[in-house]
Design a protein around this ligand. Sequence first.
Ligand code: 1HE
Length: 261
Amino acid sequence: MSTQDLEIELRGDQQEVAIVRLTRPAKRNALNDALVLALKDMFDHLPESVGAVVLDGQGDHFCAGLDLSELKERDAGQGVHHSRMWHSALERVQYGRVPVIAALHGAVVGGGLELASACHIRVADETTFYALPEGSRGIFVGGGGAVRIPRLIGVARMTDMMLTGRVYDAAEGERVGLAQYLVPAGQAFDKALQLALVVAKNAPLTNYALMHALPRIAEQPADQGFMTEALMAAIAQSAPEAKARVRAFLEGKAGKVQKSA
Ligand code: 1HE
């Protein structure tokens, strides 16, 4: 599925970071069906060299959510299929091959917040604001938000956002866990790129474990979680790359952990 509203650009010495950008600024990067399917396709077919993605939105807003002009009369069955289409696309983002870092600015609302919450790291600049206007539009989240957003901020905060139309500003968003980083206006992309270049250099199996094992372990009953963790740890440390990295540290050839400046 192709659309002019999505572009990809490779960065880094080894082309190890893909910038995936929503390019529909005139509509505040609202997601129509073609764009949702194009996202799915893009994340299914990332170039081999890519080890991390920065997800960005062109213009002043990250994403205004579902394209409301497409919200036509659907019967219940069509509504289920439409929501499941979003689920399958955003699942490719969350459970794809490489970590995804969202560069947030301006509106991160409705389906835009659902998309952001499928990413692994969210970097927000000071212009960012978060809302779930579905409540006031008489609809419900349908892009996985009911599953992912409470895991970030809790059921009570999401309920409040939808019942009252509460808008979180960038600082509040970072405080409650919607974003892990808060940076000055206009700097979200640069920070996200800087992080992506680091993430892309991790051992692939470590990134895989963090994306695919950690969220599942966190949902398991503790005794099962401990077992899954042990299995994942054993697999990761048996990889030749893990052994080489540990050896490099012991030989004084790898960086120490340092407090940030
Ligand atoms: C849109 C959309 C959209 C803008 N669908 N066309 N999402 C919302 O309810 C959010 C609706 N949007 C807004 O509240 C505002 O547009 C913004 C706060 C994001 C930006 O405001 P502003 O003043 O910069 O832009 P604007 O003038 O409101 O919009 C510019 C154009 O984008 C305008 O079209 P134009 O043809 O008149 O120029 C808008 O109609 C259009 N536009 N947002 C369609 N969302 C899987 S279920 C998920 C369910 C949801 O996501 S519900 C929440 C939907």
